[in-house]
Design a protein around this ligand. Structure first.
Ligand SMILES: [Fe+2]
Ligand SMILES: [Fe+2]
Length: 255
């Protein structure tokens, strides 16, 4: 069952609920940014291509898709990238330099574009009703998992595409202004999917400094409101629940 919801102007959440994952089922959410150069963040698994591409095509002709992005190299993130490349002749996979070197350069059917930390892609669209869209690439190694992990921040709407960070199980509302911290920690304890090192809270706090107003979350509800407060609360919750994620003070080498 695939549904679509506009979580910010011109930013669409395409959600597929799969009931037999975990005790309460799990949603797989892909995000489409409408612009002159439309971008999809996560393709979903190869098996979901039919449902996801149909939902995308209701908003943007598949042949106009320009960028195929994902957080890291995993089937739910990019399993259908070559299916999208096949139907969108102008489309190109875009990822981090590390991601292109380690996986995407080999696995993508056409050469991907590699971005450096902080580099921006102007998606255009100034003449569209929703306005111009621009995404900033952020390296987030090992957060939530994988060396090549990265996120995107859409600067015009303040939307952070945070992938598996803040994931909640079940099939909650498409968009909420309530905190998702408790549900996200319950899901972390259930699946243990994050790399539980100090990079997690440190990265959450770095992302909070962007002051996002919408968090586009890959599994569960997206969030609208004080994104910085939510990310900092999530960082605190990781440190409390998993003490190994607390930063270790540098040892003193003083004689
Ligand atoms: Fe993942
Ligand atoms: Fe995921």
């Amino acid at each position: 069952m695939t549904t679509t919801h506009e979580i910010a102007p011109g930013i669409h959440r395409i959600s597929t609920y799969v009931p037999d994952v975990g005790p309460r089922g799990f949603t797989f959410n892909q995000f489409l940014i409408e612009a002159d150069e439309p971008l999809i963040y996560h393709t979903g698994m190869h098996a979901l291509f039919g449902a996801v591409s149909e939902a995308v095509a209701r908003i943007v002709p598949l042949s106009e898709l320009r960028w195929i992005a994902s957080g890291h190299f995993e089937a739910d993130e990019c399993g259908a990238m070559n299916d999208f490349l096949a139907v969108a002749p102008a489309a190109q996979v875009v990822h981090s330099t590390i991601g292109v070197l380690t996986s995407f350069g080999d696995a993508a059917a056409r050469p991907p574009r590699a971005l450096a930390d902080g580099e921006e892609l102007d998606l255009g669209g100034a003449g569209n009703a929703a306005g111009r869209r621009r995404v900033r690439h952020l390296d987030t190694p090992h957060v939530p998992h994988n060396w090549e992990s990265r996120m995107l921040f859409e600067t015009e709407t303040g939307t952070l595409f945070c992938g598996d960070l803040g994931a909640q199980d079940g099939n909650p509302a498409a968009l909420t202004s309530d905190s998702v911290v408790d549900a996200a920690m319950r899901t972390e304890e259930l699946f243990r999917s994050s790399s539980l090192g100090p990079a997690v809270p440190a990265t959450l706090r770095r992302l909070a400094d962007l002051n996002p107003t919408t968090l586009a979350i890959m599994h569960g509800s997206s969030f609208h409101g004080d994104g910085a407060g939510l990310l900092r609360a999530l960082a605190d919750a990781y440190e409390t629940t998993f003490p190994q994620t607390r930063a270790v003070a540098e040892p003193s080498h003083a004689a």
